[in-house]
Design a protein around this ligand. Structure first.
Ligand code: FAD
Length: 454
């Protein structure tokens, strides 16, 4: 496809999407409750202190306890900005500490509510229905990952089954939304659950991948049966690289089994920040043409950049390995676009979901689909609850299919998720941070190579 035609279509799509963003939210990170994120993004030390604080919140037993931790962490920042200095003064007295603790707890809760739709699947049903009515499909994610005991893994699998049943039953009464329910490969289930393999087994370790795979396989097989019987969709998330191969093999092996040929609808995740992700896509395409061919529902591949960048870089440095992830953001962005094109070209063997909050990455997928003759029906766009809220509506306004990933669970279970979202959004290189800083639209939509220079 001619490069300049693609860029020109991409800019058109990007401008239209941008114009459709609600005016007040064009800078999503500028909302009133984002003060903490803004402050943190300006100061690396403060950011580190806040991350450590958010990590200990679930372990705090009282407001006093919480305030002591907060002032303790903030005390490590050499020259705190004025609001922090005020907070530290308050921390000197017991009454002050209690007031400060209450404010901090409320702040963390407020932030968590932006990203988490409810404490249980039942509590989330109202939001799921509202989104559906507004033309937005969802995928429910049960918070809680990396289980350490068999009992925890069992409990997670039981919670997943319950979530599937609860959402599938409620979804029967949702109004018809043809754009969300059908593509050219057939029916798209209304109920959609995302699961993490690390929560389905305590044995997923890089040094003995087969044991973890075997242990997770039984629980995943059970979930696939239930998903099939309910006519729902099961999506297997991807986590850090040390479990990537085990998760990929597990999913492709199970889905190739005869009993799953007729269903369920299922999917996996490809992470574009991994240098070897093009080879992973080769493996998936070979599978789709071989062992996975002829399944009633083509495998859905969700393309993401990857949420464990800091972890992968630190882990590799500790072992003296070279990083498995790209270290220049523009390289991840460029690879994301190449993989988008390969995935879209692979249809109908696969279903494609492009998951990003980056206007350029999204506009690129829509433009490439259009120029290859697509009408949007065989392209799904995905965003995270709390980060992609304005974008999801702008996508609906273009008549395209969008699915919002909706975490469900309590604050304690949600802490790891919350920290990842904070890390991502206070990074200088994050698209949303750049958008919030007021970087002009033309620059936000510029090709990654050019963007690398800014
Ligand atoms: C619906 C949905 C589901 C998701 N599921 C998963 C999942 O299963 N597994 C998973 O890992 N992630 C998942 N993610 C998160 C995703 O990987 C990204 O972390 C997130 O979407 C931010 O990327 P972006 O394109 O929105 O933003 P952008 O700001 O354009 O990109 C940020 C991303 O760029 C990469 N990056 C940052 N700095 C650098 C650097 N210096 N060098 C190279 N690369 C860099 C990182 O991957 C970072 O997350 C999901 C996201 C969505 C929307």
């Amino acid at each position: 496809m001619e490069h300049t035609r693609l860029e020109s279509e991409l800019f058109d799509v990007g401008r239209r999407l941008h114009a459709a963003l609600p005016a007040a939210t064009r800078n999503p990170l500028k909302a009133a409750d984002d003060k903490a994120m803004e402050l943190a993004s300006q100061d690396a030390e403060l950011k580190a202190a806040l991350f450590r604080f958010v990590d200990v919140v679930p372990a705090c037993r009282s407001l006093d306890d919480l305030a002591r931790h907060l002032t303790g962490f903030l005390g490590e920042v050499e020259t705190p900005p004025p609001p922090v200095a005020v907070a530290m003064k308050m921390g000197n007295t017991r009454a002050g500490r209690t007031a400060l603790g209450a404010a901090a707890a409320a702040g963390v809760k407020h932030m968590a509510h932006r990203f988490i739709v409810g404490e249980s699947p039942r509590a989330a049903l109202g939001t799921l229905r509202e989104l559906w009515k507004d033309g937005v499909a969802t995928s429910v994610d049960l918070l809680g990952e990396a289980t350490v005991t068999q009992a925890e893994a069992q409990r997670y699998a039981a919670r997943c089954t319950e979530a599937l049943e609860t959402v599938a039953a409620a979804a029967r009464d949702w109004p018809e939304r043809p754009a969300l329910e059908r593509d050219s490969a057939g029916v798209l289930p209304r109920a959609n659950l995302s699961v993490k393999v690390s929560a389905l087994t305590p044995l997923l370790r890089p040094d003995a991948p087969d044991r973890g795979k075997r242990d997770a396989a039984d629980r995943l097989r059970g979930l696939l049966h239930r998903t099939r019987d309910l006519g729902a969709h099961l999506h297997i998330d991807m986590e850090s690289l040390d479990s990537r191969d085990a998760v990929l093999e597990l999913v492709l092996e199970l889905l190739a089994e005869e009993e799953f040929r007729a269903g369920p609808s299922a999917g996996m995740v490809l992470q574009a920040y991994l240098r070897d992700s093009p080879q992973t896509l080769d493996t998936v395409l070979d599978w789709a043409a071989g062992a996975g061919a002829g399944r009633a529902h083509p495998l859905t591949v969700r393309l993401v950049k990857g949420a464990y960048w800091d972890h992968e870089v630190v882990e590799a440095a500790q072992h003296g390995w070279s990083a498995p992830v790209f270290e220049v953001k523009a390289d991840s962005d460029r690879n994301f676009e190449r993989l988008t094109q390969r995935l879209l070209d692979a249809r109908p063997a696969l279903r494609v979901a492009i998951a990003s909050h980056n206007l350029r990455s999204i506009a690129h997928a829509i433009a490439y689909d259009r120029l290859s003759g697509g009408m949007g029906a065989d392209l799904e766009l995905q965003v995270l609850r709390g980060l992609g809220d304005p974008l999801q509506h702008a996508i609906v306004a273009q008549g395209l299919r969008v699915r919002t990933y909706c975490p469900v669970g309590d604050l304690v279970a949600g802490m790891a998720y919350l920290v990842r979202r904070l890390l991502e959004n206070t990074s200088n290189e994050s698209f949303l941070a750049e958008q919030a800083k007021g970087v002009p639209l033309e620059q936000l939509l510029a090709p990654p190579a050019v963007a690398a220079g800014r």
